[in-house]
Design a protein around this ligand. Structure first.
Ligand SMILES: Nc1ncnc2c1ncn2[C@@H]1O[C@H](COP(=O)(O)OP(=O)(O)OP(=O)(O)O)[C@@H](O)[C@H]1O
Ligand SMILES: [Mg+2]
Length: 353
């Protein structure tokens, strides 16, 4: 490629990064990614596919000029069409999805191939950030109980403590991609990591500081049993419980598990129209196990990730996210007409207090 061509490519990459960085919600961001691909390489179509919660299915989330149907599902391991280049969207260790680029004939130059890979990396971190931000927003809303003072404190801490640190880390990373010469990159990376580490410490502090008052009074098993019984009374469920005190857990883990199971019970109350509900909390040698199962109307689990991200329902997404941060897994099994089961398993060695 000529120097002129390279300069032009760098110019359009820079414009593309600016557009990706300024997208305000996830749909806008994905549309910006599609547009960006088209600016960087000559192609007939570009499509962004994101993995659903199961990690097995790719869902079309944005596409140029109706090249693919939004919401269309493909198996993760399905081969792309002939002449279509599939770029993985990966951030750190996690794979988020892929960008399919239908090339308009000819061979892709090395420079443009490299530019596409840089673009995909940039897009992946922006998508991950947008999803985390949306989760954080939902999480914040959940924490905002009726307690006005707590609400104000949380808003202030998030605003003054966490937001500027995350923004600053983000800007450092952005600078890395734009004009920074390679020899300065190590310093900037280190700074970003320091900022992010500080943000994590602040978040942990906040979570511990905001734990629900009933946890202090009744402990995890007591607080959750009380919740389940109260909801059963309100909603008229026949409740079967199997609850053992799991012993001392870290404050953070206790609060997280409480919120996840509270959300599961809240969902049964709000959505299931259930008659019978089973609530289990017990520990085996290695794991803490919890189950919330109902015989209510059930739902299509394949829809919830997509619906969640689009419509602002983050309950189920937040549950999985929080349990995976504790090193555990949260399985959601449901079918229309056949009830719902939420099964949580967390290794005790990660959460012992
Ligand atoms: N136990 C359940 N029984 C039937 N449907 C359920 C159940 N749990 C979840 N759902 C369905 O899954 C959808 C997503 O649940 P999720 O908790 O993510 O969001 P939400 O409860 O609608 O909103 P929020 O963000 O306030 O939690 C619900 O809107 C509902 O349709
Ligand atoms: Mg919910």
């Amino acid at each position: 490629m000529s120097t002129e061509g390279t300069r032009e490519l760098l110019g359009s990459l820079r414009a593309v990064f600016r557009r990706i960085a300024s997208a305000t919600d996830i749909d806008q961001l994905l549309d910006a990614v599609v547009e960006a691909v088209r600016d960087v390489v000559p192609c007939e179509a570009a499509t962004v596919l994101l993995l659903d919660a199961s990690g097995e299915t790719l869902i079309v989330r944005a596409s140029s000029d109706g090249a693919a149907q939004l919401g269309e599902r493909l198996r993760r391991d399905a081969e792309p069409d002939e002449g279509t280049l599939r770029l993985p969207l990966a951030s750190g260790a996690s794979t988020l999805g892929a960008i399919d680029v239908k090339l308009s004939g000819g061979v892709l130059s090395e420079e443009r191939g490299e530019a596409l890979r840089i673009l995909a990396d940039q897009a992946a971190s922006a998508i991950e950030r947008a999803e985390l931000y949306a989760n954080l927003q939902h999480f914040t809303e959940q924490l905002m109980s009726a307690d006005e003072e707590q609400r104000r404190r949380l808003a202030r801490d998030l605003h003054d403590g966490i937001a500027p640190i995350l923004v600053s880390a983000y800007q450092h990373l952005q600078l890395l991609y734009a004009n920074t010469p390679p020899e300065q990159r190590a310093g900037r990376l280190e700074k970003s990591v320091q900022h992010l580490r500080k943000a994590i410490q602040e978040t942990r502090g906040l979570i511990a500081g905001l734990r629900p008052a009933t946890l202090d009074d009744l402990g995890l098993a007591g607080a959750l049993s009380a919740e389940a019984q109260e909801m059963a009374k309100d909603a008229g469920w026949e409740l079967a419980t199997e609850v053992d005190d799991p012993g001392a857990l870290s404050l953070e883990a206790e609060a997280t598990i409480f919120r996840v199971l509270h959300e599961a019970l809240e969902n049964v109350k709000t959505h299931a129209a259930a008659q019978r509900v089973r609530f289990v909390l017990r520990s085996s040698d290695d794991d803490l196990l919890a189950v919330v199962a109902d015989d209510g109307r059930g739902f299509l689990t394949t829809d919830w990730l997509q619906a969640g991200a689009r419509t602002g329902h983050f309950g189920l997404l937040g549950m999985r996210e929080r349990i995976s941060l504790l090193g555990g897994e949260c399985r959601i099994t449901s079918r229309p007409g056949a009830g719902t089961e939420i099964r949580v398993r967390v290794p005790l060695k990660r959460i012992r207090g």
